[in-house]
Design a protein around this ligand. Structure first.
Ligand code: XMP
Length: 515
């Protein structure tokens, strides 16, 4: 992908680094995160037009503090340091930095004391509320740098050297709590670095299709379609790039939601003329799951059975050299971050191990995108709401939402209950507001009454959560009328259920799925 105006963020390990990248992209400028340890020649080969130094947990006063090659500063590119980035600039240009007694964390009031292009158009009535999270403090700026702002507790809260085009902020403009933070970032991008907002999803689509054609040549590609947004967008992009040389495989593993397989497959066939094979492998999966209660065991069975089925289908297609995957940018950053590979295991890699096993090369057209950008691409490609806004769904599907053994009868109960949850969330406009909502079938029965009879039936647990990235989550405060409607409908309409409970646990310490 060729990009004219690119900003490189050098990551010193801040929890906000991804946010910086997102804000820049929201402003229409392409940005990438690289570890601060990147080699200077490699950095130059990326041809950035501006550089941002992120925050980070270290102190420049420590001997082993992360630094960057001084050549970065001699290069003449516009540079913005944020938090640790500012302390590093101050330190490397021989200003005075001192470790603070206490870490300052939270809101602070910024007073702008000197004119700067950074503040252009920033409306300040009295002071500007900004978000601070730092240990070290700059006591005096380096020679050639001017103090641009201060707060009550620190005299040097922003500095700039107009001649060198280097600026630095002690606070975090990328965090939503900072008032007009986006304006400050935009000023750096457009007024100081003179960049143009050329990054848009339609430009992404055009350039990706072009580069996919170059990358793949006349080869054939195989793609596992799950019905989720990532794999669907990958398939549609590749379909536009190489047409019928893309071979999509949709495996029905018997633990999908009600009618899910048919819906997705028929939509894609009808609207995108995809080369798509719908493999009905329900009996194979359910046969292997018979009698299995342990959730890890279920996951393993579904995982290797999927690989087995997919591999057999893929091998039947002559001349396949590539496997397409829906890897997203956060997965990529985690593996290159300054903090090292993250302990988080990305669970959507349901085809894990396949490329090596089948000796296929990987093609990952969404590697540079955040989830919200994938949604925008999906809209731009004309995908419908039911795919664009589909909630995340685990690879092992309903098998991990049935606690205990998976049987056709239990699947039937859960599918009906889940359908009611999905349709009520959609009808009440809550579907898009929450991260995920679903039903879980518990492995116990409780007593109830129906007419004059005592009943002894299943319990459905309702799980609806708010989250940004599934790393943490809170239970959604759904209106009680909606909860009542869902509960009434499930108990009245789903035979075999006489009780519905609502899960009010947060993650951590709970998880989103029950397993
Ligand atoms: P937990 O239960 O760990 O789930 O809080 C976090 C998010 O990951 C989803 N999840 C999966 N997604 N394959 C997937 O594609 C899986 O095996 C898998 N397991 C959990 C879960 O739905 C939630 O959004």
């Amino acid at each position: 992908m060729h990009i004219e105006d690119k900003v490189i963020i050098l990551d010193f390990g801040s929890q906000y680094t991804q946010l910086i990248a997102r804000r820049i992209r929201e402003a229409g400028v392409y940005s990438e995160i690289h570890p601060c340890t990147i080699d200077i020649d490699e950095l130059k080969s990326l041809s950035p037009k501006a550089i941002i130094l992120s925050g980070g947990p270290a102190s420049v006063c420590e001997l082993d503090a992360p630094k960057i090659d001084p050549e970065v500063f001699e290069w003449g590119l516009p540079i913005l340091g944020i938090c640790y980035g500012m302390q590093l600039i101050a330190h490397m240009f021989k200003g005075e930095v001192t470790p603070a007694k206490d870490r300052e964390y939270g809101r602070s009031e910024l007073e702008i004391i000197s004119d700067s292009p950074l503040w252009e158009g920033v409306e300040v009535k009295d002071k500007l509320t900004v978000w601070m999270s730092h240990g070290d403090t700059v006591l005096s700026p380096p020679p050639g740098f001017e103090i641009l702002a201060k707060t009550e507790s620190i005299d040097v809260a922003a500095i700039g050297n107009a001649q060198k085009n280097i600026y630095a902020l002690q606070f975090h403009p990328e965090v939503a709590h900072t008032e007009q933070g986006d304006r400050i970032i935009n000023n750096f991008l457009f007024k100081i670095a003179g960049l143009k907002p050329t990054w848009s999803m339609s430009s992404f689509i055009d350039s990706t299709i072009k580069s996919l054609r170059e990358q793949i040549g006349d080869d054939h590609v195989v793609c596992a379609l799950s019905g989720g947004i990532d794999s669907t967008v990958v398939a549609v992009l590749l379909n536009k790039a190489i047409g019928k040389r893309l071979h999509c495989i949709f495996v029905d593993n018997g633990v999908l939601r009600l009618n899910e397989g048919e819906e997705v497959v028929s939509y894609l066939r009808e609207h995108f003329d995809l080369n798509l094979k719908y493999v009905q492998a329900q009996d194979l999966f359910l046969g292997r799951l018979k009698g299995v209660e342990d959730p890890e065991e279920k996951r393993k069975i579904i995982g290797y059975t999927f690989i087995e089925v997919f591999e057999k289908e893929a091998k039947a297609i002559p001349g396949v050299k590539w496997l397409a995957q829906g890897t997203l940018y956060p997965d990529v950053i985690e593996s290159v971050s300054f903090r090292g590979p993250s302990a988080v295991i990305k669970s959507h890699h349901n085809v894990g191990g396949l490329p090596e096993k089948m000796q296929l090369k990987l093609v990952e057209p969404l590697r540079e995108l955040f989830k919200d950008e994938v949604r925008k691409v999906a809209v731009e490609l004309g995908l419908p709401d039911f795919i664009v806004w589909r909630h995340p769904f685990p690879g092992p599907g309903l098998a991990i939402r049935i606690i205990g053994e998976v049987t056709p009868e239990k699947l039937d109960i859960l599918r009906q209950a889940d359908k009611i949850v999905q349709s009520e969330l959609k009808a009440s406009d809550w579907y898009r507001k929450v991260w995920q909502g679903f039903a879980v079938l518990l492995p116990l029965k409780t007593v109830g009454v129906m007419g004059d009879e005592r009943t002894y039936e299943h319990v459905i647990a309702l799980r609806v959560v708010d989250s940004i990235d599934a790393m943490t989550a809170d239970w959604s405060r759904l209106p009680s009328e909606l909860l009542a409607r869902i509960s009434n409908r499930i108990i009245n309409e789903v035979k075999g259920v006489n009780r519905v409970v609502y899960d009010i646990s947060s993650k951590p310490p709970s998880t989103i799925e029950w397993e």
